[in-house]
Ligand binder design. Structure first.
Ligand code: ATP
Ligand code: MG
Length: 460
């Protein structure tokens, strides 16, 4: 494809001359006589290179430069100055211009500069391409993850898909449990059959039983006709039982029977019907803890926990955050019919350091919301919701020197106290271990803990 060039200048003679020059060089050339015209041209099309006059009747070329750089960072911009104004030339370079030429220019010099700029654009595009490739590599059925833990899960999913054993997916809310369940189904030999799911915590016991196992006509008031249960609807397919920890003791018995005997009995029925269903279960509870209290049956637990998968919370795989952000930016820009949006470095840093109690679902919502509310081409820190911004204040590595300055010593004391308190939390209040965790001697740990009024446990 021919490289594209936009020339912005208010002097007709220069536009004509440069158009001819670069068309003969094989470029696709467009022209604009004002900043406004240039903006219109840039809105409709992406240019590889823009040659732009610094002085324009209706605006400043530097403003245009800023706009181009934020909308399409890979577009190279070469500024033209009517007189040797070093100040604005330096300003232009700071704002990301590739280079500048002073008028009147040497034709050969101009040709050389544009040629170099275009080579660079090609390289940058190549980088974007390579990054896309990389993203492909880190995508498994639309599940994103380059962290070693997610990569290990993708491998596990592929192995699990070849079996028909029962799976228990464990993970905090929003970590992608349902997504993984679907991935297992669609990677398995059952892919052409149905994947059905039910939330075990969303229905009262009797309704849940009839949903799962079906009912006979007249089994209860309102059962006007016979109904198949999900186990039968999902025959030869996969049934996903979400929030399995919510099952009542009675339903636990019934599910165990279905899994062990591979038969179901409709509510109000007396016939056992065979089933062939792969069951995948999920929970965000600590099921093992509930075994101890007797709330969850041990025999059922071992029956469903044949193949366990544990999805790590997002804060334990922060390297996945940038990929997920890109993925959701693209997904929602497309959905909202917006041009591709970027995200500022600062905003990305904030997203990477936030703790994400709602995991990937929360991140997805944050991106969707920011896209909907911001009109700029680049999402900045100001577009992020309060929970993400507030986090910055409590994080010293992201701190900025406030306008009015600060008391550095007091500030450092505060940071030390906060980190020591966390160390104590993590070691159950045992000072010797906490001291080790923050690489302090026990003596100075004890000294500073006392000074900061930190409470220690008994085990010094
Ligand atoms: N690794 C991932 N890559 C891309 N999207 C993801 C990923 N993990 C989760 N999501 C998206 O995040 C949202 C939540 O995922 P999902 O519903 O699977 O989570 P969950 O663990 O079942 O949550 P809950 O416990 O709240 O039901 C979905 O929109 C899902 O598409
Ligand atoms: Mg879910």
């Amino acid at each position: 494809m021919r490289a594209s060039l936009l020339i912005v200048d208010d002097e007709t003679s220069i536009l004509e001359f440069l158009s001819m020059l670069f068309e003969s060089e094989g470029l696709a050339v467009a022209t604009a006589r004002s900043a406004a015209e240039a903006q219109r041209a840039l809105a409709g099309k992406r240019f590889d290179l823009v040659l732009c006059d610094i002085l324009m009747p209706d605006g400043n070329g530097l403003d245009l430069l800023k706009e181009i750089k934020s909308a399409t960072p890979n577009t190279a911009v070469v500024m033209m100055t009517a007189f040797t104004s070093t100040k604005s030339a330096i300003e232009a370079m700071k704002l990301g211009a590739y280079d500048y030429v002073s008028k009147p220019f040497e034709v050969e010099e101009l040709k050389l500069i544009t040629q170099k700029a275009l080579e660079r654009v090609e390289l940058a595009d190549e980088n974007v391409y390579l990054r896309r490739e990389l993203e492909q590599k880190y995508t498994f059925n639309n599940i994103i993850g380059k962290s070693p833990r997610m990569q290990a899960i993708f491998a596990l999913v592929e192995r699990i898909a070849r079996t028909t054993s029962t799976v228990l997916i464990h993970g905090e809310s929003g970590t992608g449990k349902e997504l993984i369940a679907r991935a297992i189904h669609f990677a398995s030999a059952r892919a052409s059959r149905r994947f059905l799911s039910i939330n075990c915590g969303a229905l009262p016991e009797n309704l849940l039983e009839s949903e799962m196992f079906g009912h006979e006509r007249g089994a209860f008031t309102g059962a006007v006709r016979e109904k198949k249960g999900l186990f039968q609807e999902a025959d030869h397919g996969t049934l996903f039982l979400d929030e399995i920890g919510e099952l009542t003791p009675q339903m636990q018995v019934k599910l165990l029977r279905a899994l062990q005997q591979r038969v179901v009995r409709k509510v109000g029925g007396n016939q056992e019907e065979p089933i062939d269903v792969r069951v995948i279960t999920a929970t965000n509870q600590d099921l093992e803890g509930r075994l101890a209290t007797g709330e969850f049956r041990e025999d059922l637990y071992y029956r469903i926990n044949v193949l366990p998968i544990t999805l790590p919370p997002l804060r334990q795989r922060r390297e996945d955050i940038p990929l997920l952000v890109d993925f959701f930016l693209e997904k929602y820009s497309r959905q909202m019919n917006l041009p591709a949006r970027q995200i500022s470095l600062e905003a990305m840093k904030l997203l990477e350091s936030y703790d994400w109690p709602g995991n990937v679902r929360e991140l997805e919502n944050v991106i969707e919301r920011s896209l909907a509310l911001s009109h700029a081409d680049t999402i900045g820190a100001r577009d992020l919701p309060a929970q993400v911004l507030n986090h910055r204040r409590s994080h010293p590595d992201l701190i900025e020197l406030p306008e009015e300055g600060l008391d550095l010593e007091a500030h450092l004391e505060e940071i030390r106290a906060q980190l020591m308190a966390q160390a104590l939390d993590r070691t159950g209040g045992i000072q010797t271990q906490a001291a080790e965790l923050v690489k302090m001697s026990f003596r100075s740990f004890r000294y500073y803990a006392k000074k900061a009024g930190l409470r220690a446990g008994d085990g010094e």
